[in-house]
Design a protein. Sequence first.
Lengths: 80, 749
Amino acid sequence: MVRVHLGMELRRFTDGVAEVEVEATTVRKLISKLDELYPGIGEHLEGTAVAINGEVIADPIYETVPEAAEVHFVPAPVGG
Amino acid sequence: MTVSTSESKYKYIGTRPVRQDGLDKVTGRARFAADLNLPGMQHGIVVRSPHAHAKIVSIDTSKAEAMPGVKAVITAADFPALDPKNPLANISANLMARDKVLYEGHVVAAVAAETRSQARKAAAAVEVQYETLPHVLTVDEAMADGAVVLNEGVITRNAEPPATEPSNVSARTAAERGDLDAGFADADVVIEHEFTTVPVHQGYIEPHAAVADTKQDQTTNIWCSSQGHFRVQSQTAGMLGWEVSQVKVEPAEIGGGFGGKTTIYVEPLAAKLSEKSGRPVKIVMSRDEVFRATGPTSGTKIRVKIGAKNDGTLTAAEAWLAYESGAFPGIWAMLGSWCVFACYDVPNQKVEAFDVLVNKPVCIAYRAPSAPMAAFATETVLDEIAREIGMDPLELRLKNCAKEGDMGPMGAPHPRIGLKETLEAIRDSDHYQSDRPEGIGRGVAAGFWFNIGEQSSAQVTLNANGTAVVATGSPDIGGSRASMSLMAAETLGIEPGRIQPVVGDTDSVGFTDTTEGSRTTFASGMAVTEACKNLIEKLRARAAKMWECEVDEVEWADGEARHTKGENDALPLAAITGAAAKTGGPIAATASVNARGAGAGFSAQVCDLSVDQETGMTTIKRWTTAQDAGTAIHPSYVEGQMQGGVVQGIGWALNEEYIHNADGVMENPGFLDYRVPVASDLPMIDTIVVEVPNPFHPYGVRGVGEVGIVPPIACIANAVNDVAGVRIRNLPISPVRILSALTNGNGNS
């Protein structure tokens, strides 16, 4: 199982749920599972970055998610 | 000085060789874009709006086209009208206005002629009829009921309740955790204030410049000054409606960028003028144009409220932020909202931020974009809390600073970070431990910046004599070539002087994202290290061939191949490259990465200053800055970045501001009236490089280019209060404003 943390902007899809555990081995499958649980959230997540166990990945769709990982969907920052 | 959490285990990393581009730069040989002259080259001049907001009724170019020497005139009609959903639509509309001009300086046409003088006269002959519209210059004006709307297509994203009508607020960002009311109820002291800042410019010395040579087959070569030539390639192609492969961009040396050269301004105009004229075209902006039409950073209005217990524990924090984005939507308030409390572990907090369109040039990144304004507010309120509860301001920060495992600003826990070590470095510094001289105020502040990863490519090619060429796609704006050569030297085990680092053009090195977000030494360094490791595998195979043994019997150490069975003498690199033709040909390797795990940057600073009670003049007497670099690859350039950030922050705090008149016209578009600090204004900026290695980088690198600019504004505001007893919460903290505060208690009007 993977523990997914959902920030404020995502909780409008989840009726306020902030954390959820799902079975997934890649970010793509994870988003698909979340979209089944919370219809509409998938489209919102496809362009975002994720932090898997604290490591921020900008384009994560094909990324492997290890068992028991802590996953946060985060915006991709820019800089100067 | 350097403070490390572990002993250095490196041979070359951490040394200070002379940078490879240094000689050319100090002798004037370095080639900048404006230096390039091609046979038959024409000179381009841009026609700009004199109005802050107006409809374009008509543009008549016929007189200009008939003038001597004129080879081409272009308007928006020469470019495809991009769908508003196209990511480049706003960039295209900024580079060439189509129906409306949205700020003074907005481009309406461009002219190419044989001489710059002819082009300037022809530009003046372009006749544009405008119908002026009301304009808005501040977030207050733009957010007011009944304000003129800049763009009818802008409906506030993520508004609460959802927005249905167009407005000047392009986006709302909100975040909340814990129980804010309970947190404030738990506090012994609660302090809340409002702060404003005004737009400032990145102030790079070299104006934007580009030369384009477009051929009959609709391919173009562009030489330009930019922080990212691959972005110039894709944005220019997009605006022209071309494939990226039709645009080749060659990076010239760059005379400063600081975020301001992360987008395009003149490149598609030069390419289109070149296409129409059939000649190469050069466009070089004047300083006036740089100020009027290239990105300043946002003006802001920020309210911050923080609660604390008498023992210094922060219990709650709330922020409301509004950031100007200029004439098109931006993400600057969103970034500010992530940074505003990022240094501290506050259990209960709420942040709400708004990106706001105004009739000013389009805001663009400026060194840790959006963070300095947010830190100004937070770090000033913290200073007031420290005074209120009688606690040392650094101890207050140390008590609450973010650490590994604490929730980070983007909703994920911090990995290993070095804020605590950075604050301790300032606390333990000679500066902070010294007594303040009479009449001197002292201020402290801390700052955060994300740092980013993104995509980078590198290739390493060996010459026959065992020297190496390391090519990356990252323009060098802060000594990154020297850093690349040091990481390559460390990996290959050869002297840095035997490595020539170069910046490759878009046709000769793999795609590389822009030099921004303090990413280059981190991400391109990762690609260089990976390429060197790939190269070592090839060198081991060549040595095995020469020794007629298995590859796994060959190890690589200290720049030579060694036979683990001891049956052969070691083969230095040059012996292998010298025999390359006999073992399979030239030896080269590449690597491309989408770097992840960028380590957040933190800075803590202390300053001493005096305030002239009669004139309000501030004089900086002493400054010490500490910053977590992860690992300082080339310490001199880390220190240089730290010092540069501080100096720009000092200018932002004390002097710099865009001044617009009632018509929305900028009144100080030059360095005489827009005052940046010069060497005689400043003491030596003392640096303490803190090294808490980033666990996600092979050499522990964190980005260092940006976070140094974050603390200085608050640092100065706190020091001014310390010596003069006045709190200035509106920038700049100018002599006029200080004098007003000293004489009538009002320094914030």
